[in-house]
Structures are given as structure tokens and as C-alpha cells.
Design a protein around this ligand. Structure first.
Ligand SMILES: *[C@@H]1O[C@H](CO)[C@@H](O)[C@H](O)[C@H]1NC(C)=O
Ligand SMILES: *[C@@H]1O[C@H](CO)[C@@H](O)[C@H](O)[C@H]1NC(C)=O
Ligand SMILES: *[C@@H]1O[C@H](CO)[C@@H](O)[C@H](O)[C@H]1NC(C)=O
Ligand SMILES: *[C@@H]1O[C@H](CO)[C@@H](O)[C@H](O)[C@H]1NC(C)=O
Ligand SMILES: *[C@@H]1O[C@H](CO)[C@@H](O)[C@H](O)[C@H]1NC(C)=O
Ligand SMILES: *[C@@H]1O[C@H](CO)[C@@H](O)[C@H](O)[C@H]1NC(C)=O
Ligand SMILES: *[C@@H]1O[C@H](CO)[C@@H](O)[C@H](O)[C@H]1NC(C)=O
Ligand SMILES: *[C@@H]1O[C@H](CO)[C@@H](O)[C@H](O)[C@H]1NC(C)=O
Ligand SMILES: *[C@@H]1O[C@H](CO)[C@@H](O)[C@H](O)[C@H]1NC(C)=O
Ligand SMILES: *[C@@H]1O[C@H](CO)[C@@H](O)[C@H](O)[C@H]1NC(C)=O
Ligand SMILES: *[C@@H]1O[C@H](CO)[C@@H](O)[C@H](O)[C@H]1NC(C)=O
Ligand SMILES: CC(=O)N[C@H]1CO[C@H](CO)[C@@H](O)[C@@H]1O
Length: 415
């Protein structure tokens, strides 16, 4: 998802509806300060056992669901996390726990507690309260409203949660929704028709030696700010982090960025940021432009990833702000078919596959003229040299033939 201002009416309508149907905008505040605003439709499908078979029951969150007292802005608590807890029906509840870091916030986990004694589960062999919890994969840039008009499905054991028309903001700077938005992946219009592909996160497991992983799928990224598109990219991304194991050996973790990765971006006058959310892992790209030489380039990468359980440390995070990669002239796009490796630290690199990228200035939301990378130019040289050599050979043969023909002509004439 990308943080954008000024996206169409559809969204505005959704947000306005949220305000109009006041009964279904849920609000959590403490000391007069609102910390969570949420508006959404949600439906739960619960699979349960009866004597004879498994059965599904569907519960729709009613508009009169109540914000429970267990909701909190986390100001007084030790853990300091905002929580939205909604009660509905015969003892059911939905809880969203939030979390944030320096640039973004997310729903850390979603918990559905449901009462199997409710008549909504006829013939259930279980009685009493059950619980299902999961990371719903909802992330947004701080000071933006998270929106997701399309369906967002979360599948857990026994329970499927289906969100629609979602508008949520936590850690609000004012008492109202922000007018800058982070759009969910489901609402992104793909730059090219999405090809259904499977696969993705390749994490080397313990014991097994690092398997040669397949190349990552080519993802599309489109970031729009108040003044239009500020980043357009099409590329496959792979993270490579070396770690020390508990048994004092070295190993690599290779992580392919999947196509369904949620992302958000920030357009600023002097910088463009692209955040990729990979579960609890994160990969951030910072672009800057040097106005005096009319160039833009990738200056920074932040990596924060979970390491496999055999690693000595649980996580690895690193920031490098002195890169000079993917450089091109402002208004043009950088293109590289060859795989490029960008070293972030002595232990971490990002492999970039078949990239075309442009940041800052655009004419009409499309890639500008292409600037080929050095690697591609070098690769182009080989066919050129081979071609030139072949042409030379053909020329020599032709000349030899012509000379030969002339000689034989001359021969006839003397007779
Ligand atoms: C799923 O439901 C069954 C009964 O229908 C129950 O025994 C099982 O514990 C549930 N699993 C989870 C993870 O809630
Ligand atoms: C219940 O719904 C889930 C998800 O929609 C589906 O996978 C499952 O087969 C359904 N079970 C029954 C008994 O209909
Ligand atoms: C919510 O509305 C339903 C009917 O739509 C009603 O049965 C229920 O009592 C209401 N609950 C509350 C807490 O008002
Ligand atoms: C969900 O959040 C609650 C409250 O912070 C926590 O106690 C629980 O362990 C979390 N569950 C998961 C699966 O992360
Ligand atoms: C979502 O919003 C749109 C327009 O605001 C509306 O037509 C649609 O019925 C809504 N869907 C749900 C599930 O509330
Ligand atoms: C969010 O807004 C608040 C208040 O305007 C500001 O103090 C804070 O720095 C902003 N945070 C980010 C990440 O922009
Ligand atoms: C939206 O974000 C931009 C840059 O991040 C900021 O300058 C602007 O004030 C924000 N607009 C609103 C309405 O918050
Ligand atoms: C990127 O998103 C913006 C806003 O949604 C849209 O106007 C633009 O056409 C998109 N660009 C591409 C290449 O899809
Ligand atoms: C990952 O990095 C290590 C060195 O840090 C290197 O030996 C290995 O070839 C890299 N793997 C890939 C697929 O780039
Ligand atoms: C993304 O795709 C992978 C594999 O297809 C899947 O395991 C993962 O759950 C998906 N994530 C989301 C958020 O849909
Ligand atoms: C790295 O990610 C973890 C888990 O999301 C988080 O707790 C930690 O603060 C992050 N570290 C940095 C430096 O962003
Ligand atoms: C390598 C690196 O930058 N490590 C940092 C990871 O983040 C923690 C705090 O979250 C820092 O203390 C480490 O220095």
C-alpha cells in the first residue's frame, strides 16, 4: 500500500460515510485525546464441530457493537499499546492491538473471542469461550489513515475474518482522521496486469545448507504524494543476510520479497521513501536528488529482519545512508536487466533483478526515457563485438569472392 494524498472520490466517499454513520465509527480516547478511530465492515466465519459433521456459522459485526472498557490508549499501562476492543452479540468480542515504530504503525494482532454457547452455533459440541488470534497484516505510515475498500481476508484455524471498507487510524496526531492515506495492497491498481504466481518467502531452515533459491518475482511499486506520482518501480528484490549460528558457523538467509507485500511510500521535496512490510520484517529505500547535477539516486537502505532460530541473534537491523545506487537523470528512468547487488553492510546485501525505477519527477505518471545501467551496456558490448566480427568476416569473404570472380573473368578474356 502506498501513502497518498488526493486519491479519488471513492475514498473520500468512504471516509465521509464513516463520519456520517457516526454509530459505526469506533473511537478510543483517553484524557480527551483520541488515539484510535476506526470504521469498517467485518464478517467472521467460524467452523465448528457438531455430533455428525463440521459446520460454518457466519457472524457480521453489528453497527451497534460497543467499544469495551478493555479498550485503551495505553497511556497508563506498562505496555503502552493502543487497543480497540469491540463487544457484540451474545458475549463475542473483537480486539485489535496496535504497535508502532519510528515511521509506521500496524495492527499487531487481531483476536476474536466467540461464545460457542450462543444460539448462533446450533448443535455445537463445544461450549463456552473460544479464541482465535493472528497478525492481520495491516500497516500504515504514521500520521496517515489506513484505508482498504476491497476485501481483506485473514485466515486462522477455525476462523476466517473478512474486512471491507476499512478506515482506521491509530496514534492520531489530531482528534480526526488524517487526510494523507496509506492504501492496502488490495486497493492498488497494478501497473501491469498481475500474473498469478505462487511461491515466495524462501528462508533457509536450520540444518539444511543454504538452498540456491529461485529468483524473486517482479513486483510493481507506485507511490503518489500530494503532487502526483513520485516513485514508480518494477523489480524483483531479494535480501541476503549472513549470520553466525549458535554452533559458531556462518550461514545466509535469502528472502525473496513476495508479490503480495504491502508497501507504503512518502513523497517529499528532497526525498522519496519506499517502505516494504514483510510481516515483522522491513526493508526501506531512501532516494534523494541532487538538484545541481540533475540526478537522483538510492542513498539509503534500512533492513530489519528476523533471523532463523539457529542464529545467535534473533534479529538483524542495519541502516546505510551513504549509498549511491540506481542513479539516473531527473525525469528519466533507471533500467537494469542484469542482477545488481547492493551491499548494505559487510553482512547484508539486496539483490535487485530486472529493475526499472524512477523517482521524483514524472511526466504523466509513466516512466521517462531509459538510462541503461553499466552492466547492461557491458553485456550489450558482447553482441556488438560478435556482430562486428561477423560483419567483418562476411566482408572479407565477399571481397575474396569478388576478387576471385574478377580474376576468372580476366582469364576468359585472354583466351
Ligand atoms: C478448532 O475447533 C475445534 C472444535 O471445533 C477445537 O477442538 C479446536 O481446538 C479449535 N482450534 C483452535 C486453534 O481454536
Ligand atoms: C467453512 O468455511 C471455510 C472458509 O470459508 C471453508 O474452507 C470450509 O470448507 C467451510 N466448512 C464447511 C463445513 O462448510
Ligand atoms: C444491537 O442490534 C440488535 C439488532 O440489530 C439487537 O438485537 C441488539 O440487542 C442490539 N444490541 C445492543 C447492545 O444494543
Ligand atoms: C496478541 O496481543 C496480546 C496483547 O498484547 C498478547 O497478550 C498476545 O500474546 C498476542 N498474541 C499473539 C499471537 O501475538
Ligand atoms: C462499502 O462501501 C461501498 C460504498 O461506500 C458500499 O457500496 C458497499 O456496500 C460497502 N460494503 C460493505 C460490505 O459495507
Ligand atoms: C506526526 O504528527 C505529529 C504531530 O503533527 C508530529 O509530531 C510527528 O512528528 C509526526 N510523525 C511523523 C512520523 O511524521
Ligand atoms: C501529508 O503529508 C505531507 C508530507 O508528508 C505533509 O507535508 C502534509 O502536511 C500532510 N497533509 C496532511 C493534511 O496531513
Ligand atoms: C500510480 O498511482 C496513481 C494514483 O493512483 C495513478 O494516477 C497512476 O496512474 C499510477 N501509475 C501507474 C503507472 O499505474
Ligand atoms: C549471499 O551473500 C553471501 C556473502 O555474504 C554470498 O556468499 C552468497 O553468494 C550470497 N547469495 C546470493 C544468492 O546472493
Ligand atoms: C503472501 O503470499 C505467500 C505465499 O503465496 C503467503 O504465504 C502469505 O501468507 C501471503 N501474505 C499475505 C499477506 O497475503
Ligand atoms: C526491528 O523490528 C522489531 C520488530 O518489528 C522492532 O521491535 C524493532 O524496534 C525494530 N528495530 C529498528 C531499529 O527499527
Ligand atoms: C546493526 C545495527 O544497526 N543494530 C541496531 C539494531 O537496533 C538496535 C535498537 O533497536 C540498536 O541498538 C542496534 O545497534
Amino acid at each position: 500500500m502506498a501513502a497518498r494524498s488526493g486519491r479519488g472520490l471513492l475514498l473520500l466517499t468512504a471516509v465521509l460515510l464513516g463520519f456520517l454513520q457516526a454509530s459505526s465509527t469506533f473511537e478510543v480516547k483517553e484524557g480527551g485525546k483520541v488515539c484510535i478511530l476506526a470504521y469498517f465492515s467485518v464478517e467472521f466465519t467460524v467452523e465448528y464441530d457438531t455430533k455428525s459433521q463440521k459446520q460454518n456459522a457466519t457472524i457480521v459485526l453489528p453497527h451497534n457493537a460497543t467499544v469495551l472498557n478493555s479498550s485503551s490508549c495505553g497511556v497508563k499501562e506498562k505496555e503502552k499499546i493502543p487497543v480497540l476492543a469491540l463487544g457484540f452479540g451474545n458475549g463475542h468480542s473483537l480486539t485489535l492491538d496496535f504497535d508502532k515504530n519510528a515511521v509506521s504503525y500496524s495492527v499487531r494482532n487481531l483476536t476474536l473471542r466467540y461464545n460457542m454457547s450462543d444460539a448462533i452455533f446450533p448443535d455445537s459440541t463445544e461450549k463456552g469461550m473460544q479464541e482465535a488470534t493472528s497478525d492481520p497484516n495491516m500497516h500504515a505510515v504514521l500520521n496517515t489513515t489506513y484505508t482498504c475498500v476491497h476485501s481483506h481476508r485473514i485466515t486462522m484455524t477455525n476462523v476466517t475474518v473478512l474486512f471491507q471498507n476499512v478506515t482506521i487510524e491509530a496514534y492520531l496526531a489530531s482528534n480526526n482522521f488524517s487526510h494523507n492515506y496509506t492504501f492496502c495492497k488490495e486497493d492498488q491498481t497494478p501497473i501491469t496486469p498481475a500474473t498469478p504466481t505462487t511461491s515466495h518467502v524462501t528462508t533457509t531452515t536450520s540444518h539444511a545448507p543454504p538452498t540456491p533459491s529461485k529468483n524473486p518475482d517482479k513486483g510493481q511499486y507506485n507511490v503518489t504524494g500530494p503532487h502526483g506520482t513520485c516513485l514508480l518501480a518494477s523489480m524483483g528484490l531479494q535480501l541476503n543476510v549472513t549470520y553466525g549460528t549458535k554452533s559458531k558457523t556462518k550461514s545466509d538467509v535469502l528472502l525473496n520479497v513476495p508479490l503480495n507485500t504491502t508497501y507504503a511510500g512518502i513523497c517529499e521535496n528532497t526525498s522519496v521513501t519506499l517502505n516494504l512490510f514483510l510481516g515483522s520484517d522491513k526493508l526501506v529505500f531512501h532516494f534523494v536528488q541532487n538538484a545541481s547535477i540533475e540526478k537522483y539516486f538510492l542513498q539509503g537502505i534500512d533492513i530489519n529482519i528476523t533471523l532463523p532460530s539457529e542464529a545467535e541473534e534473533m534479529r538483524y537491523n542495519v541502516t546505510n545512508n551513504s549509498l549511491s545506487e540506481l542513479k539516473a537523470t531527473v525525469g528519466r528512468s533507471f533500467k537494469c536487466v542484469a542482477e545488481e547487488t547492493i551491499w548494505v553492510s559487510d553482512r547484508a546485501s539486496v539483490n535487485v533483478f530486472d529493475v526499472q525505477i524512477q523517482a521524483f519527477k514524472f511526466e504523466g505518471d509513466k516512466f521517462g526515457a531509459v538510462e541503461e545501467c553499466q552492466l547492461d551496456e557491458n553485456n550489450m558490448l558482447i553482441p556488438i563485438i560478435v556482430g562486428a566480427a561477423l560483419a567483418g568476416l562476411v566482408l572479407i569473404v565477399l571481397i575474396a569472392y569478388l576478387i576471385g570472380r574478377k580474376r576468372s573473368h580476366a582469364g576468359y578474356q585472354t583466351i
